[in-house]
Design a protein around this ligand. Structure first.
Ligand code: DX5
Ligand code: ZN
Length: 220
């Protein structure tokens, strides 16, 4: 399966956001991970539509929008209009998850479902057919720079096994606390879309990205 790097711009230097995103593209990252926080579903507030619009068209990368927002169905159409290629919503944040996923698809966008570290993986099982991607949070959502929760590895393995059992080759994204030092374990557990904020944007962005890409290729 193709491995994908999704650098999270939450950790970028916003003075030169566009340039930094382009550096990640040059170094091989296929996605831009875009974290939207509403101050309710998670304690922090990040950025939203106007920032996504200005990134849209800047690079050829896939715009991977992670909505940490209560009742995200309210905003799906607008994020789609601003250029989202993938919209991931939290299972815990939706009153009617199936309807929300249908709304994402209606807008012509790929759908993802995310779960917090405390939500059982089995709660995803009724929805395996309904999304293209599943996002296992490996930190409590809300902030960059936290430590990877080791129990996440078992959760990734369980989900990959369930997908394989049903003959489904779908994307498993993992988000939070991933660096060069631990990304191999995450890939070996069965993830193929790797989010990294601090691991890419703190320090030399080109080198950090390129090093990630080498490891990702080794595990394809
Ligand atoms: C956390 C966000 C992450 C965050 C990851 O709630 O969803 O995407 O930016 O940052 P790092 O890689 O620094 O843990
Ligand atoms: Zn995220």
């Amino acid at each position: 399966m193709k491995n994908i790097l999704a650098p999270s711009i939450l950790s970028a230097d916003f003075r030169t956001l566009g340039e930094q995103i382009k550096i990640t593209e040059k170094a091989g990252a296929q996605y831009v991970h875009f974290d939207v926080m509403d101050g309710i579903f998670v304690p922090s507030i990040s950025f939203g539509m106007p920032v996504l619009s200005s990134i849209n068209g800047l690079t050829g990368q896939t715009l991977d929008v992670h909505l940490m927002v209560t009742e995200p169905a309210r905003y799906v159409a607008e994020f789609a209009k601003c250029g989202a290629d993938i919209i991931t919503v939290h299972l815990e944040a939706c009153k009617d998850l199936k309807k929300t996923l249908e709304e994402i698809h209606r807008c012509g966008v790929r759908a993802g479902i995310s779960i917090r570290p405390g939500t059982p993986v089995k709660s995803l099982m009724p929805y395996l057919e309904d999304a293209e991607m599943f996002l296992i949070m490996s930190v409590e959502p809300g902030f960059g720079g936290q430590e990877f929760i080791p129990e996440s590895l078992e959760r990734i393995r369980t989900l990959r096994a369930a997908l394989e059992k049903d003959g489904m080759e779908k994307d498993i994204e993992v988000d939070g606390g991933i660096y060069h030092s631990n990304v191999a374990e995450v890939l070996k557990a069965g993830a193929n879309v790797i989010v990294s904020g601090s691991g890419v944007y703190k320090g030399d962005v080109f080198r950090n990205t390129a090093e990630f890409m080498e490891i990702l290729k080794d595990y394809e």
